[in-house]
Design a protein around this ligand. Structure first.
Ligand code: LLP
Length: 439
């Protein structure tokens, strides 16, 4: 008898393609669970590569001067940061910790963009001292950066994150009113122009660019297109009124991925194609061509990852049926926090015939990872797979309920490499100080 050969990646692909009952999936997931335990984050290296290359080729074909950054907040495992950096991506960071992890992954300071709306004096000092580009979010912050740079007798390169007053989600269900957003210096009311004027006058600063990021999980190019149009019109104003010439214009990240079966989202190619005419027209009017920067997070790593969990028990109530699994909102926060949808597969079971809720192991009513799903009848011990968990999955985990953090594995072909070992009980105590005189 010959056993058919399937790689771990075949198993991951089978789950993505809704064939979790196929031999490939039946082999891969129990093997991963046996070797690394559950709950477990598993990333398919080939998918990250495909996603990155798709974006790079779509943009490189249309933009002569292009720079790609990986928004590391999506997944800060240094193995993934390093992988994307080696393929050419810089790092977009929002904290000193993210800077530290990016540097550890081999990203040089010159390929890091620091972009948070609330930077501490310590974060500003670190970026200034290390020559990391600061994406400024307020006038107050600008003054602090100039002061730091002057006292360190150095020059800080800056851009401004502007608030372009564009709502990218008007066509969609998630609607975030941009005027209420805490991010960016408003173009509206001349505020951004005033900010650049001030930056040009302050010592210790070098104006390098212009930035906007109008949201995440955007599935239609319209918001990016309108943002770019406004950015380029503003760049022209900067040149004509202040004589400022920019090295780069950054359109942010935000490319959505399909989380649901059959969900239509823009591709990297759709976005690049929609931006290209606005870019050529806008830069022609501008009289020079800055670099175009993009900084996706989710798009690169989201589709590559799954969360593998095990069914602890099945509970049938008069109202609902719960699959109680060994992961919760401390493992995957997106469903509880945003009402986000992740496809769920039951490994090794065919024929969906039951409507269930997949409940987490956190002691809170709101800890449901999936609701009202038609799934195959599962039993205790079965493995379930949550798809598209590579972005904002592990990155948002916590030790709530005193559960050690899950492990992470990077899979390539039939090889699985542990890139984060499972947390331990000792780690729950790692920073606690034994009770002193108050107890
Ligand atoms: N650039 C900036 C300045 C950002 O704030 C973000 C994300 C990105 C780039 C990358 O956005 P992406 O390409 O990944 O959409 N936790 C949420 C998503 C929060 C996104 C925050 N900022 C979620 O789980 O959906």
């Amino acid at each position: 008898v010959t056993t058919p050969e399937f790689t771990l990646c075949d198993g991951l692909r089978a789950a993505r393609e809704d064939r979790a009952d196929s031999p490939a999936a039946r082999l891969a997931f129990p093997r991963l669970a046996r070797e690394f335990g559950t709950p477990l984050y598993v990333y398919d290296r080939g998918v990250i590569e495909t996603q990155y290359d798709a974006l790079r080729s779509a943009f490189a074909a249309r933009f002569r001067r292009l720079r790609i950054f990986y928004a590391v907040k999506a997944n800060t495992n240094v193995a993934l940061i390093r992988f994307l950096h080696r393929r050419g991506a810089g790092a977009e960071v929002v904290s000193r910790g993210e800077t530290f992890l990016s540097r550890t992954a081999g990203v040089p300071p010159g390929a890091i963009l620091f972009s948070s709306s609330s930077k501490s004096p310590d974060e500003i000092a670190d970026a200034v001292a290390n020559g990391i580009l600061l994406n400024v979010d307020s006038m107050d912050e600008l003054e602090q950066i100039a002061e730091q740079a002057s006292s360190a007798a150095t020059t800080a390169a800056i851009s401004f994150r502007v608030n372009p007053g564009v709502d990218p989600d008007t066509l969609h269900k998630i609607n975030t009113g941009i005027s209420e957003s805490k991010f960016g210096v408003h173009l509206e009311g001349g505020l951004a122009l005033e900010a650049y004027r001030r930056a040009a006058a302050l010592p210790g600063l070098r104006i390098a660019g212009l930035h906007a990021h109008v949201g995440s999980q955007i599935v239609d190019p319209a918001g990016h297109v309108e943002t770019l149009r406004r950015l380029l019109a503003f760049a022209r104003e900067l040149k004509e009124r202040l004589g400022v010439v920019l090295d780069f214009v950054d359109v942010g990240g935000g490319l959505g991925i399909p989380y649901e079966d059959g969900q239509k989202v823009m591709s990297a190619d759709d976005l690049a194609a929609a931006l290209a005419p606005v870019w050529s027209e806008g830069t022609r009017a501008l009289g020079y061509e800055p670099e175009l920067w993009v900084e996706p997070g989710r798009f690169f790593v989201g589709p590559s990852g799954v969360l593998l969990a095990r069914v602890n028990s099945v509970k049938r109530t008069p109202v609902r049926t719960f699959l109680n699994v060994d992961a919760g909102f401390n493992t995957l926060m997106r469903p509880s926090m945003y009402g986000a949808y992740h496809r769920v597969r039951v490994v090794g079971r065919a024929a969906p015939d039951e409507i269930v809720d997949v409940a987490g192991d956190v002691c809170e009513t709101g800890d449901l990872l999936a609701e009202g799903r038609r799934l195959p009848r599962a039993a205790a011990g079965d493995l379930v797979v949550f798809l598209d968990a590579g972005a904002y999955g592990f990155a948002m985990t916590s030790e709530y309920n005193a559960r050690p953090l899950p492990a992470e594995v990077l899979v390539d072909g039939d090889e699985a490499v542990l890139i984060r070992r499972r947390g331990t009980f000792e780690e729950l105590l790692r920073s606690q100080i034994p009770p002193g005189r108050f107890s």
